[in-house]
Design a protein around this ligand. Sequence first.
Ligand SMILES: Cc1cc2nc3c(=O)[nH]c(=O)nc-3n(C[C@H](O)[C@H](O)[C@H](O)COP(=O)(O)O)c2cc1C
Length: 373
Amino acid sequence: MNQAAYTRLFSPLRLDGLRLKNRITMAPLYLGYAAQGGKVSPLLLSHYRLMARSGAALVVVENASITPGGSGGTRTIRVDHNRCLQQLRWLSDAVKEEGALSALQINHAGRFARVNDPVAPSAVPVFDRTPRALLRREIKTIGKQFASAAWRVREAGFDLVELHGGTGYLLSQFVSPRTNLRDDIYGGSLENRMRFPLEVVKRVKDTVGDMPVGYRFLADEWLPDGIGLEESRVFAGALEEAGVAYLSVMGGTYESFFLPEVVERSRKPGYMAPLAETVRREVSVPVIAAGRISTPSLAESILEKGQADLIGLARMLWVDPDWVNKAREGRDASIVKCSPKCNACMELVMQGKPAYCPKWRKEKRTEYRAMFY
Ligand SMILES: Cc1cc2nc3c(=O)[nH]c(=O)nc-3n(C[C@H](O)[C@H](O)[C@H](O)COP(=O)(O)O)c2cc1C
């Protein structure tokens, strides 16, 4: 197949006043490339330059923490202070200079934060720790921190900001009936559980004006007592009403990613496309589908079947930054594929180490390793 065959994949899309040159986006992918302390490092810059040069229309830079108390780790990019602005500008410049639109994902990790005193909607234990339940005034403060962080994203020159409502982090912890056991206006009914993320969207939108605000959307926790499509589709509609520019759909959290049935499911090509499809039926804003979309023909068929408006490539683009060019030129067979049985990148970053891909040729691995510390 050649480009003519992938007419949908290479067709432009208008997104809240921005023009995406094709339907390919880089989905956020934390690889531990920032320096200790969350500083923008030469490796991080060269990585994002490469991702933007790939030809993807939009690069969504990995999660950045809105407050030190909500950080995912010591190599998580920071967006919590005006001191971070200059470094964030280098990052947005790197992406834009290579011809892609740039977004930064902003996050509070809540009960998954790697800090001494993690906070969450409720004190529900996770792994070997129990987070502290947030006070009402702290919830308000975090809402303001999201807004300040979004303001910095705009100041730093990014085209969009993405709120991280996925992976089981704080925003999704509020929506989930298993992690939100509050009995105030933020807990109980779905309406109450959606309240905080919707307040955050409103605050952020009021702050950034006409800059589009995207949302990483947890459609299904893949846990028996967690959020599922029945409730998440209602939440999707509410987010659209609140004015999000797109929904980037995902499934699973750190508590389900390693369950045998989820591991098995996640090895399948396009494993999150059915979630995106259900969400897309509820909303009219563009929907992004990600998850082992390893071939251009699969990407094209997801668009053709109406499962999504945009394709999200995370590991797929990192493993082979030529994915887009190869698709355009009909060189599909030469695309280097992420191996479904390999989880090296996730394992490395969970140990706090920068990731490299075993599929890379030796020289590239050596080049990256040389820049690690
Ligand atoms: C190592 C690793 C880091 C990730 N980091 C993020 C992140 O910072 N934010 C986010 O929303 N999703 C993150 N994801 C999820 C990806 O965006 C994506 O949904 C998932 O990897 C499936 O797409 P892929 O098969 O193209 O990698 C991460 C996934 C992996 C494996």
